[in-house]
Ligand binder design. Structure first.
Ligand code: FMN
Length: 175
């Protein structure tokens, strides 16, 4: 039984992490398969999960949790080793990443073992920036909105090479 990377990515950020994980093990000559959850049918996904012993499961962050697609996939994984990875718009704060991970863990059956996790920031669509700008115009005193706009600008550079190197370090240490 080999490894499986399965991910859901709307705009490509989480796919970058998924590809990195795939390449890392492929280069080591290990048996690994990668699935874009949106492009594969459910039967194939379940078959691939059952044929793997370690599942690297990744999602973009949607309203403080993983995507609905990944929720339903996490819920189907039983008796496996799972590595959780994700990208999120708000970044750089390990406490925030821990909170997001806690929410994702709620979708994971107790028969599984979580062997590691990786979170990093990921750029957001321009529409989010436009919304912040119009809100700031309407509420110029609101400091939180300015912080959100700053965060949006920081996110534009992520995931970057440093994030991918950090992910590689985490992978080197999972067993
Ligand atoms: C509808 C929507 C909801 C989002 N909700 C959150 C959120 O609650 N927290 C967060 O940190 N980022 C949130 N984001 C930002 C994305 O999770 C982030 O940009 C991510 O890197 C996108 O990954 P992808 O390129 O793989 O789709 C949201 C983005 C969208 C479009």
């Amino acid at each position: 039984m080999g490894k499986l990377v399965i991910f859901d990515s709307l705009t490509g950020n989480t796919k970058m992490l998924a590809d990195k994980i795939y390449d890392f093990y492929k280069q080591k000559g290990e048996e690994i398969k990668i699935i874009d959850a949106k492009k594969e049918n459910e039967e194939e996904i379940i078959k691939s999960i059952n044929n793997s012993d370690i599942i690297f499961a990744g999602s973009w962050t949607d309203k403080g949790d993983c995507s609905d697609k990944m929720k339903s996939i996490y819920e189907k994984i039983l008796n496996k080793k799972i590595f959780v990875f994700a990208t999120c718009g708000f970044g750089g704060d390990k406490t925030y990443y821990s909170k997001l991970l806690e929410r994702v863990e709620k979708h994971i059956d107790k028969s599984n073992q979580i062997i590691g996790s990786f979170y990093c920031q990921g750029k957001m669509p321009l529409s989010v920036k436009e919304r912040y700008i119009s809100l700031i115009k309407a509420n110029p005193e609101d400091k939180n909105l300015k912080v959100s706009l700053e965060n949006f600008n920081n996110a534009l550079a992520h995931p970057n090479d440093d994030d991918l190197l950090e992910l590689e370090k985490v992978l080197k240490n999972i067993y």
